[in-house]
Design a protein around this ligand. Structure first.
Ligand code: FAD
Ligand code: UDP
Length: 376
């Protein structure tokens, strides 16, 4: 009999396993249907000895010092600032759009101040910014939207940006200076020995037992436990009884080339051409030296593992109905990107898991004192 069953060994499940095992001194059975821990952040050495991310590039960035401190118990860090180029009109240009993007795209020599005027003359007036299209056309105008965002978003999500919530493209800023970093966060570093090593240290505790290649649906009736953390898709937990929530998937094409370098930065986006959205070259992320280099091409698809909740008003309505069902289930906590249908980054999932642990501590302490009162 385990005190806890935790479904999913990604960030959400692993952080909670670690907290429960070390702070509550309770036993945890952590299961995952995949053959490894780490969820989508899993990395491994391929046959050429190069550290790759099996589920696409994962770059750690956050503004939350408390999350850095928590994870630093399990890893050292390697400074890395992410830079992305976008292939537009045959040129490789910085994305997020910045001063150099515009000057190089149009062969101009604008100053930052002139660029403000350039955008002001092109941006469209949008009464209420609701969609992923509204965000971009109201900032930089339609032409840049079509070049950098529309095609990429249609590929990535399978729908036009006008059908997606503003939160999708609001993730990408627009700059009038020359800052070409993808993220603006105060902390941008990679786990020094990779994500999987960090997860191994997090889960190395006598109270934690890990079972891989184990689907919750196959073992729920046979393995006894008292409480549960569930980090899989929320609609699946309820046997899709209200209908399926849409999740977007990706097919990853991993290749290794017999050359030292393939592209100038870790990620190059293809908003106008190609069936894939982007190519990642891992050595830029990890700093690894090798005469070979490994790349991943990402092909978005509707079939396959669920990777992204699709931020769209109608999906949020359906999710809210599942959330109401989830709130009724005693002794089960729903956490993470799939179980709470949130387009969260890794640090946000860690933050959500730590906050959930705080709630668990309070609820169980309150429950225990109620039980003592009842006994008295
Ligand atoms: P997951 O990592 O999905 O873990 C859930 C686990 O549950 C999975 O391993 C799954 O196998 C398991 N599971 C589900 N159902 C069952 C079941 N029934 N039985 C057993 N096991 C089950 N974030 C960043 O901060 N920076 C980035 O650069 C970044 N890049 C990304 C790139 C891609 C291509 C993707 C897809 C995501 C990226 N993210 C990035 C987001 C990041 O992957 C997530 O925020 C994080 O991994 C979510 O953790 P999680 O534990 O909620 O979910
Ligand atoms: N996006 C785009 N063109 C780009 C980069 C991003 O259209 O060159 C859009 C796209 O819809 C994408 C969203 O902005 O899904 C958010 O981008 P981000 O890089 O944050 O997505 P991630 O890969 O981290 O999920």
């Amino acid at each position: 009999m385990f005190d806890w069953m935790i479904v999913g060994a990604g960030f959400a499940g692993s952080v909670l396993a670690e907290r429960i095992a070390s702070q509550r001194n309770e036993t945890v059975l952590l299961i995952d249907r995949r053959s490894h821990i780490g969820g989508n952040a899993f990395d491994c050495y391929n046959e050429a000895g190069i550290l790759i991310h099996r589920y696409g590039p994962h770059i750690f960035h956050t503004n939350a010092q408390s999350i850095v401190e928590y994870l630093s118990q399990f890893t050292a860090w390697r400074p890395y600032e992410h830079r992305v180029l976008s292939q537009v009109d045959g040129k490789l240009l910085p994305i997020p759009i910045n001063l150099d993007t515009i000057n190089r795209l149009y062969d101009l020599d604008l100053t930052s101040e002139a660029l403000e005027g350039f955008f002001a003359a092109r941006r469209e007036r949008v009464e209420e910014i609701r969609t992923a299209e509204d965000v971009v056309v109201s900032t930089v105008g339609r032409e840049l939207y079509e070049k950098f965002f529309q095609g990429y978003t249609r590929k990535q999500w399978g729908v036009d940006p006008s059908q997606l919530s503003k939160s999708v493209t609001a993730r990408v800023p627009t700059r009038t200076n020359r800052d070409d970093r993808y993220f603006g966060d105060s902390f941008q570093q990679m786990p020094a020995e990779g994500y999987t090593r960090m997860f191994q240290r997090m889960l190395d505790h006598p109270n934690i037992k890990i079972m891989l290649q184990t689907d919750y649906r196959d073992v729920r009736a046979s393995i006894p436990f008292r409480r549960m953390i569930y980090t899989g898709p929320v609609d699946e937990y309820f046997d899709w009884r209200l209908g399926a929530l849409p999740y977007r998937s990706l097919r990853f094409d991993h290749i290794t080339l017999d050359q030292e370098q393939f592209q100038p930065v870790a990620v190059v986006n293809y908003p106008q051409t190609e069936a894939y959205t982007r190519i990642t070259e891992y050595k830029h992320l990890t700093g690894q030296q090798s005469t070979k280099t490994s790349l991943t091409y990402e092909y978005p698809t509707d079939v396959g593992d669920p990777y992204y909740p699709v931020p769209r008003a109608e999906n949020e309505v359906l999710y809210k109905r599942y959330e109401a069902l989830a709130a009724e289930v005693r002794d089960v906590w729903f956490v993470g990107r799939l179980a709470t249908y949130r387009y969260y980054n890794m640090d946000q999932v860690v933050g959500q898991a730590l906050a959930t642990f705080g709630r668990i501590q309070m609820q169980l302490a309150a429950g225990a004192s109620t039980a003592v009162e009842a006994a008295e």
